[in-house]
Each structure stands twice: as structure tokens, then as C-alpha cells.
Design a protein around this ligand. Structure first.
Ligand SMILES: NC(=O)c1ccc[n+]([C@@H]2O[C@H](COP(=O)([O-])OP(=O)(O)OC[C@H]3O[C@@H](n4cnc5c(N)ncnc54)[C@H](OP(=O)(O)O)[C@@H]3O)[C@@H](O)[C@H]2O)c1
Length: 347
């Protein structure tokens, strides 16, 4: 048996990914050493930050493309895992991978066993994983939502955004969702948001103003650019922002720091209205909040209080194209590759 692997082919240029950025290879099956296990990738998460790693050089040409995965243990030489266990790990863009001693877990993405009875296993790279925790940390921990406040969420139908919208509703906020297609706006209304606005509309800023008659108390920032321009004049005195991501800027030329440009752009309004801006990095919340978060979110999912839309695409070989589509907004829900058959689902 052999392994199938996507490696980074070169340091990517500005803009969005193209085929020449990646190289498909058939390679020898990895052999687990003592303290390691071999796992088969079932689901692979595609996330905007992966493009940032490639653009910045954190991932080097020749490296296996990084990605969080849900996998099945096939051979274990670790005391804590057995054959057949389902795990969260970081196999990356490959069909099989090693986990354990001397294998990089990317700091805070430490492997863990997944209980298939708690939630569908794919959610361990979505709402029951880093993306759900990102939404929770930014909205609940950083911005402390109160009933009646207006919450504005950008990239609202995506992996993080859809969770923010629903948590906002559960915490009693009036939720204004921003997304890029009619289909996405309709979906967001079924999740219980109060208003949904398209950032592609020529009258986006006016429509957003109309959707926020009492201004904006909390802004969950996923996008930056023209969307941020629309939100800035609506920020109330003592409003709060969780600066989660700036996806509209991820294809920029090298040498620009989107976060500091974003801060400079908003600074006059931030100072005048004493806006609290919280930089969000989910890795800072794992140790203290992940266990409690998983318990709370598991309860919401089982009760049907939170729903989670996944955009599952088949075939590891299609990964680069789907990755580019996600960055361009051609995804609908949390984007993931279905790499191998899910043993917990009846086919
Ligand atoms: N701080 C952290 O620790 C952390 C952790 C996880 C994620 N993030 C950030 O959270 C954000 C969302 O990530 P995700 O994984 O949930 O991705 P996602 O929302 O599922 O997918 C990206 C979405 O961004 C929107 N988008 C792309 N270009 C845009 C543009 N120019 N203007 C407006 N919208 C645009 C598209 O939606 P539309 O069709 O609606 O335009 C697209 O579907 C990203 O910025 C990511 O970097 C941060």
C-alpha cells in the first residue's frame, strides 16, 4: 500500500491559490515508531489560515500541506490509543499520517480521542473543535454579549460565522449577519438571525445601516476591507470587536500587515467611541476553555439549539481546487474534504 500526499510546490505568489502551488505525490506508507501511531485520514479541514502559513513561509516548499484532520487509528504503538479509535489530529493533506512522539502537533492542536456518540465525528474539525471554540472565545469570552445588544457578524455562513450567529441568538442579541449570496442569506435566516445583508450588494453600506437602527454593540470581524468600512460608522460608544480574521486581505502583496493596517484605519472611531478591540487567536483559549466549551456546545447540538452546515467535498485529489473555492467564497458552510469512508456512518 502507498500514501497519497499534497506537498507545497513553491512559495505562493499574491492572490489566491493556483494549481502550480501544490504537488501531488504517491509515497511510501509511513511506519509508526515506538510512541507513534499510523492513522487513516477520514476528514480534512480546509481553513483560510492555511493560506497564511503558505504565504508567510511558515510552510516551506516540499512540506506536506498542513491541515487538521479526523482520522482512524490503524496501527498504534502508543499506550493511550488503540486500533479503531477515532482521533482529532493533524495529518495534513495526505491519506495516511503519523501522530505521536517527534510529530509536530502545531502547538495547540494536540491529538485527542473523539467520542462518535457525542456528535458526528466530522464536527471535531468544525463546531466541536477549533472553529466552534473560536466563535465561543471571540463572542462569549472576549465580547461578553448581553440581551438586547446588536451583534454584527461577517462571513456569517462560514465555519466560524454560523456558530457566532447562533451563540449570539442564544445569548439574547439581535443578530445582523453579513454574507455573499442569496442562498447564504436565506440559510442564515433559518438559523434565527434577525437580518441578513449581502456584502456584494451595491448599496451594502446603506442596507447595513438600515439593519442596525440602534448601531452596533458587538462586531465579530472575519473579513476586513469593504465590509469593515460598512461597519465602522455604526460602532456605538463602548462597543466591542473580536478581530478574528481578515480574509479579504489574505491575498495581498507581501510586506503588509493586515491587522495593523486595519487598526490604523479604524483608530479614530475606536478612540472617539472607546471601542474595545480584542485580537483573537484561538490557540490562547484551548488550555483554559476547550473542555468546558465542548461540554456546552455538545449540549446545544444535542438539544437542536445550534445547527451546523458542512460543505463536504469528496476526493483528496480535489483539495487544492476546493481550497481556492473556499477562499473565494464559493463554499457554503464549513469546508472539509471527505478523504476516506467514515466508519461511523451507515453508507
Ligand atoms: N483568530 C483565530 O484564531 C481564527 C480561527 C479560525 C478562523 N479564523 C478566521 O475566521 C475567518 C473565517 O474562517 P472560516 O474558517 O470560518 O472560513 P469560512 O467563513 O468558512 O470561509 C471563508 C468565507 O469568507 C468570505 N469571504 C471571502 N472573501 C471575502 C471578501 N473579500 N469579502 C467578504 N467576505 C469574504 C466568504 O463568504 P461570503 O460568501 O459570505 O463572502 C467565504 O465563504 C477567517 O478570517 C479566518 O482566518 C480565525
Amino acid at each position: 500500500m502507498s500514501n497519497e500526499v499534497w506537498r507545497l510546490a513553491r512559495k505562493p505568489l499574491a492572490g489566491w491559490p493556483v494549481a502550480d502551488d501544490f504537488r501531488w505525490q504517491v509515497e511510501d506508507m509511513p511506519e509508526p515508531a515506538l510512541g507513534q501511531m499510523l492513522t487513516r485520514t477520514i476528514y480534512l479541514s480546509l481553513d483560510p489560515y492555511q493560506w497564511g502559513r503558505r504565504r508567510s513561509g511558515a510552510e516551506q516548499p516540499g512540506d506536506i500541506c498542513h491541515g487538521r484532520t479526523v482520522s482512524e487509528v490503524v496501527q498504534s504503538r502508543m499506550d493511550t490509543y488503540a486500533e479503531g479509535d477515532i482521533v482529532f489530529n493533524t495529518n495534513g493533506w495526505q491519506a495516511w499520517g503519523l501522530t505521536g512522539v517527534n510529530i509536530d502537533a502545531f502547538g495547540y492542536m494536540f491529538p485527542r480521542k473523539i467520542d462518535p456518540d457525542l456528535a458526528p465525528i466530522s464536527t471535531a474539525i468544525g463546531v466541536m473543535g477549533m472553529l466552534g471554540l473560536t466563535a465561543y472565545a471571540g463572542l462569549v469570552v472576549q465580547c461578553e454579549p448581553k440581551p438586547g445588544e446588536t451583534l454584527v457578524v461577517s462571513a456569517a455562513s462560514g465555519g466560524v460565522g454560523q456558530v457566532v450567529c447562533q451563540l449570539g441568538r442564544l445569548y439574547g442579541c439581535r443578530v445582523v449577519a453579513i454574507a455573499g449570496s442569496d442562498e447564504k442569506l436565506e440559510y442564515l435566516k433559518t438559523l434565527g438571525v434577525d437580518t441578513a445583508v449581502s456584502h456584494r450588494s451595491p448599496s451594502f453600506a446603506a442596507e447595513l445601516r438600515q439593519a442596525c437602527p440602534d448601531g452596533c454593540d458587538i462586531y465579530f470581524e472575519n473579513v476586513g476591507g469593504a465590509v469593515f468600512d460598512g461597519v465602522l460608522p455604526l460602532l456605538n460608544v463602548h462597543s466591542r470587536i473580536s478581530l478574528c480574521g481578515l480574509i479579504s486581505q489574505y491575498g495581498n502583496e507581501e510586506g503588509q500587515d493586515p491587522r495593523s493596517l486595519w487598526r490604523t484605519h479604524g483608530n479614530a472611531v475606536f478612540e472617539r467611541n472607546r471601542v474595545a478591540v480584542h485580537d483573537l487567536f484561538v490557540g490562547n483559549f484551548v488550555a483554559e476553555h476547550q473542555d468546558r466549551f465542548l461540554e456546552e456546545m455538545g449540549g446545544y447540538l444535542r438539544a437542536g439549539d445550534i445547527r451546523y452546515l458542512e460543505d463536504k467535498r469528496p476526493g483528496l485529489e480535489n483539495t487544492p481546487e476546493v481550497f481556492a473555492q473556499m477562499l473565494r467564497g464559493e463554499n457554503f458552510g464549513k469546508t472539509l474534504m471527505a478523504v476516506a469512508q467514515d466508519p461511523t456512518v451507515n453508507h
